[in-house]
Design a protein around this ligand. Structure first.
Ligand code: TYD
Ligand code: MG
Length: 451
């Protein structure tokens, strides 16, 4: 007998609970639990014999040469790990309006050009709306198939009939499985739809891209609830104001993670950025205290970015610390090290740290850059415009080695920087051949005395 049961899900991460909770124990977000009714015992116990699959030895498993379909959007191919893998399920998440549909439509256009079967399923827009957008993006081939439906049974039948190699589902939150009583976009629905798509992808060897909106309000389940089910997860970042769009791979079963692709939004859709460092440094102020250029490894390539800080006196007892694009706790820790080990009396000063260009950086190699920028802002002395700084800071005030130092220095040399301050332990003979002056430092005070 099927029985209806009431459960609560976190719409951010999908955490399941029998009762409502204020804060999610899984992802610590507040007020994210929503009530859903699920039917238990209905789908199970189907009659008939089950197919029993016997285990095989790993040596007997044959692998077909992993063939990838190139999308001809270089930055997207890079994030996917060299192209689309057949039979994979890829989740593309991001805020509404960031450009998910645009990117995938552009991808579809390129794919049909290379005579690859494509089906674009939209539950959000009508065919004429899609056509209007497509016209802005360029000319489309007649093989580009559209389907505007949100019933999962119909979609599933169409995918099987179309024999497409690549399918786009825009968006997962609009798709509906009728056997489930809850509304489209709820955790139960999006999980069930994804599970069905996964099965379709694996049994019919078709690559499926799922669009998932990140929403802050309402009861719509976010893409994080699906991360564990899919093969790859790509997130679109960047704020709407500056036109940058960064596509970051946070999970990839077929390639390296944390790889990024950089785009700009133009009148004719998304354009690739060939030289992200140049883009990030564009419009950099010259000779201003508190500004420094650091290098962050994103996936496999180094990107130069500008860090800006503002340090100003406050009359309040509790100075204010704000960070945009870098970890807040990391900034506090670096400020504590600056006070204790370098004798900078930062108490009584507000400090604001931000990464220019809307990037988010988690590479610890930017520590020394943050410290130098804060010190520069505090002393009101600018750091040279042609200086690039990398290094991780330890609690004792020592400068620790960073990964891929040579690559970072090479990128700085390519971008015309004249001096690189790096950890002493990272010095490499190959750096002498480059047209930059290398200064190795082993402590924070040593680094601060240089700038
Ligand atoms: P869209 O791809 O619809 O976002 P999502 O699917 O992630 O919700 O992007 C829509 C935004 O992009 C919208 O603000 C208009 C803008 N845009 C352009 O600037 N140029 C273009 O050529 C297109 C198609 C969209
Ligand atoms: Mg869209």
């Amino acid at each position: 007998m099927a029985k209806e049961k009431q459960v609560f899900y976190c719409k951010e991460c999908g955490y399941e609970s029998a009762k409502w909770l204020g804060q999610c124990p899984g992802c610590h977000s507040w007020n994210a639990f929503v009530e859903e009714k699920i039917t238990v015992g209905a789908q199970k116990h189907s009659s008939g014999k089950k197919n029993v699959v016997a285990p095989t030895s790993i040596l007997e498993v044959t692998t077909a040469d992993e063939s990838r379909i190139k999308t001809n959007i270089g930055e997207l191919d890079r994030v996917l790990g060299g192209g689309i893998v057949k039979g994979s399920l890829v989740l593309v998440g991001g805020d509404p309006g960031i450009g998910k549909s645009t990117l995938l439509l552009q991808m579809c256009r390129n794919l049909v050009e290379t005579s690859c079967g494509v089906l674009y399923v939209s539950g959000e827009e009508s065919p004429s709306q899609i056509k209007m957008r497509a016209e802005r993006l360029g000319t489309f081939n007649k093989d580009m198939m559209l389907l505007c439906d949100n019933d999962m049974d119909n979609v599933s039948a169409s995918i099987q009939k179309s024999k497409a190699d690549v399918v786009v589902i825009d968006s997962i939150q609009t798709m509906l499985v009728e056997d489930i009583s809850s509304a489209p976009g709820t955790v139960t629905q999006v999980r069930e739809v994804t599970a069905r798509l996964m099965q379709l992808a694996k049994t019919h060897d078709v690559a499926i891209f799922i669009v998932g909106h990140v929403t802050k309000e309402g009861t719509v389940a976010g893409p994080r609830t699906l991360e564990h089910m899919v093969d790859s997860v790509l997130y679109f970042e960047g704020d709407n104001s500056n036109g940058f769009r960064i596509l970051r791979g946070v999970k990839n079963r077929f390639g390296s993670t944390n790889e990024i692709g950089v785009f700009t939004m133009t009148e004719e859709g998304l354009k690739e950025v060939d030289n992200p460092s140049q883009m990030m440094l564009n419009g950099r102020p010259v000779g201003v205290p508190g500004s420094v250029v650091v290098s962050s490894i994103e996936g496999t390539r180094p990107i130069l970015v500008e860090l800006q800080t503002l340090v100003c006196q406050t009359n309040f007892n509790m100075p204010r610390r704000t960070s945009v694009g870098v970890d807040y706790n990391r900034v506090n820790l670096i400020m504590a090290v600056l006070e204790k080990r370098a004798g900078l009396n930062l108490w009584g000063y507000d400090a604001y740290v931000s990464v220019a260009g809307g990037m988010r950086i988690s590479d610890p190699a930017i520590d020394l850059g943050i410290a130098c920028a804060i010190s520069s802002g505090f002393k009101n002395k600018p750091i040279g415009d042609d200086v690039m700084i990398v290094g991780e800071i330890g609690l004792a005030g020592e400068i620790r080695g960073v990964s891929s130092a040579l690559q970072r220095v090479k990128e700085a040399a390519k971008m015309g920087f004249k001096t690189c301050i790096i950890p002493k332990s990272n010095y490499d003979k190959a750096m002498d051949n480059l047209d930059v002056k290398i200064i190795g430092v082993s402590s924070l005070t040593e680094a601060l005395s240089l700038i």
